[in-house]
Design a binder for this molecule. Sequence first.
Ligand code: ADP
Length: 560
Amino acid sequence: MSERRLVRSVGVDRHFGALHPRARVLASQLPLTVLLAAGVAAAPAAWNLHLASAWGQAALALHAALFLACLLVPWQRFGPLASLVIPVLDLAAIGLSRVAAAEELPGLGVLSVLPVVWISASRLAPAAIVSLSFFGPLLAGVPWFFAGGVDDSPGRIATVSLLALMTLAVSLAMQFARAQLRRQQRRVESKEAELQALLAESRERERLLNTILDTVDVGIVAIGADGRRLLTNSWQARLEASAAPPSGAGPADPEWEEQLLLTGRDQSTPIPPGRRPLRRALAGESFADHLVCFGEAPGSRVVSTGAGPLKNDDGEFRGAVVVYNEVTGLVNALAAKEDVVATVSHEFRTPLTSIIGNLDLVLGEDLPLPVLRRIEVAQRNAERLLALVSDLLMSANSAVQVHPRKTDLAGLVEASLGSAQAHAQASRVSLGMDVPAPLWANVDPLRIGQALDNLVSNAIKYSPDGGAVTVSARTEGGRVLLQVADSGIGMTAADAARVFTRFFRSPAVRDGSIPGAGLGLSITKAIVEGHGGSITCSTFPGRGSTFTVELPADGHPAAF
Ligand code: ADP
């Protein structure tokens, strides 16, 4: 039996069990009463025979008494087995009816099946059910057996015993079916209990997840592959509400993200629909640290967004999760810090320029040698200070302005090596150049010259035991490759990964006596990226470093 059908039949049992005890007894008796009445109505001769014989009158009286008993006895006051007296007496009444009208209603004996079914469906012990199902119809057949003549006895013995065997078979089949049913029912119940437990566990997990989602200080949105929102935590709902247009439809609207007031880092340029975090995530992009401003300036909130795809077991894209982390405080603090650095550096520059100028003038005069040496030291240090202040000023400006024009890179490299010559000689470093002349590129000569100076001076500075520095350049597939290679101290891979970070100095250098502020390479990187190019570093401790600058030959500056 399929589980669904079983559940339905168990349901019927439950409905029957829910009936009032009297209604239940009546419902169990009704089929026999109806069949008897139908039989008598169909064969009026049987009715007359019943009325004519004492057996028949007794049978009718018993049938009627049993029906009334079903109707009038308060069965609820007795135990559940008390009503079984009815089917047992039904068997006796059928036995009496058979004596009266077996000829006209030959199927009367078969009606014994109905009380047997009733008994078999009861909660009586299985042995008692089986005994009653066999001996009940057998004993009920005794009066009919004796009512026949001696000649007829073999046939009647067979009829009575066959009927008893048949009711026994029916009862056994019912017992078997009930046992099956009970087993299946137990299985269904245990499955249902398992399901309930799983349901309770999943509800518990959902509650836990919701609590976590609503407690964390970041926004979380999950979207399905069709763009429908699966989840928006309360932090995110509040963030979106702060950037919502006055007549916005709400997060349920698939176009909701497009309606939000989202701008770029400048807090004024609206982010085009295709570059908004949810749209990018929906396109299958994984990203981190995509800065987006929510709401109108000056009160807009700067949020760092990141996304990752949701995949099913087959690796198919099923949606994405986008995380929003507010960094307004951090961004403001950084801006304030850069403001201070820029202001202080600017204020330093004017007096420093004046000091250097005046020292220059003094150096032109006829001075005693010791004084001259001291003034030269002062001038060198003032120049270093001015260079540092310039670097600080430049690194405080997040955008590097470049003005590209047709420039001969070979000339730039030559000039850079020329001005580094004295430094190289002092450090016993030989300088080499491998650049075809002329090598034209569309770059800002001032800025690229500055980047070259940084790389060359680093190459010399970080070759404290002497060595060789070579600058090479070539064009390759529409790009210009510029390399500055040295045979100096090199770096570990971990240092190389951070070398373009502002104020980074490798631990080996920091502990030594090589001066520096950790700004040169970050400025160089900003200059190169300002030209739409890139810079990389390959290095090994003790075996030198090679910095490679790649620039587009046509020199389109990147949009900063
Ligand atoms: P600075 O040289 O003033 O410290 P930079 O930004 O130019 O700052 O360089 C950052 C750091 O990278 C240096 O402190 C040094 O540790 C490392 N570095 C740069 N260039 C080289 C090089 N050619 N060889 C070895 N280390 C280098």
